[in-house]
Design a protein around this ligand. Structure first.
Ligand code: NI
Length: 240
């Protein structure tokens, strides 16, 4: 009787041990799958950068002059998405880099690039007249339209897009000092424009969708534009 009872107890203990070890292994496996999950989801679908249309008060109607000398408004571009960037043709760094990234993004988009109209708005309307803008933008991409206007029109559109800019001397530009410092005000034609370097993606209805800060690479710009087209449609396709 006694040895049998002992054996039964030993077997029961071993069974419990196996169950416990199995349980621990299963729990560990579940935890590791759970921990790995967010990473895997992120790799396949990056977080959306698109704002809810109408939720961000950036942008609005404008009246400007394009690089062919025609008066244009936000409605002049066939209901396309607008990719709006502000700068000046004498810019030594931020503008050429950004326009190069925009040009590469257009090439990456292929036929979908037709859904978006890239605009380069000059913050230096006194020097950037249409002819000069035409030569400048075509050096980057044939689809980019240069916009200028009266100083008053430029002030209004920059304000609507919350773009800060100021005329500064070359010395304070390269020293990254604000004009509020003791640097003398630039005289005559010898100035640069210190400006904010965001590029704005606007919906076909003119609502802010996203912005790309200076240095955003072309594949990321193209990705967000594709996401917007997938979500809100391709106005260029309807036109065809
Ligand atoms: Ni610039």
């Amino acid at each position: 009787m006694r040895p049998d009872a002992d054996r039964t107890r030993r077997l029961a203990r071993r069974a419990l041990l196996i169950l416990a070890v199995g349980g621990v292994i299963l729990a560990a496996a579940l935890v590791s799958v759970y921990l790995a999950l967010p990473d895997r989801l992120q790799a396949t679908a990056p977080a959306s950068r698109l704002a809810e249309p109408g939720s961000v008060p950036i942008g609005g109607p404008f009246a400007l002059v394009d690089h062919r000398g025609r008066t244009v408004t936000e409605k002049s571009f066939g209901g396309r998405y607008l990719l709006v960037f502000f700068g000046f043709t004498n810019c030594p760094d931020v503008c050429p880099t950004t326009l190069g990234d925009i040009a590469r993004a257009l090439d990456l988009l292929g036929s979908e690039a037709n859904a978006v109209q890239p605009l380069f708005v000059s913050l230096d309307p006194e020097r950037d007249r249409p002819k000069r803008l035409a030569e400048y933008v075509k050096a980057f991409h044939p689809r980019i339209v240069g916009l200028t206007g009266t100083p008053r029109q430029i002030t209004a559109v920059a304000k609507a897009y919350r773009v800060f800019y100021e005329k500064v001397s070359a010395k304070s530009y390269y020293g990254r000092k604000s004009a509020a410092s003791k640097e003398p005000k630039p005289v005559g034609d010898d100035y640069l424009i210190s400006h904010q370097g965001n590029t704005y993606l606007m919906s076909p209805k003119g609502e802010y969708l996203a912005h790309f800060s200076y240095g955003t690479k072309a594949p990321e710009i193209a990705r967000v534009i594709r996401e917007a087209i997938a979500k809100y449609g391709n106005p260029a396709r309807r036109e065809e």
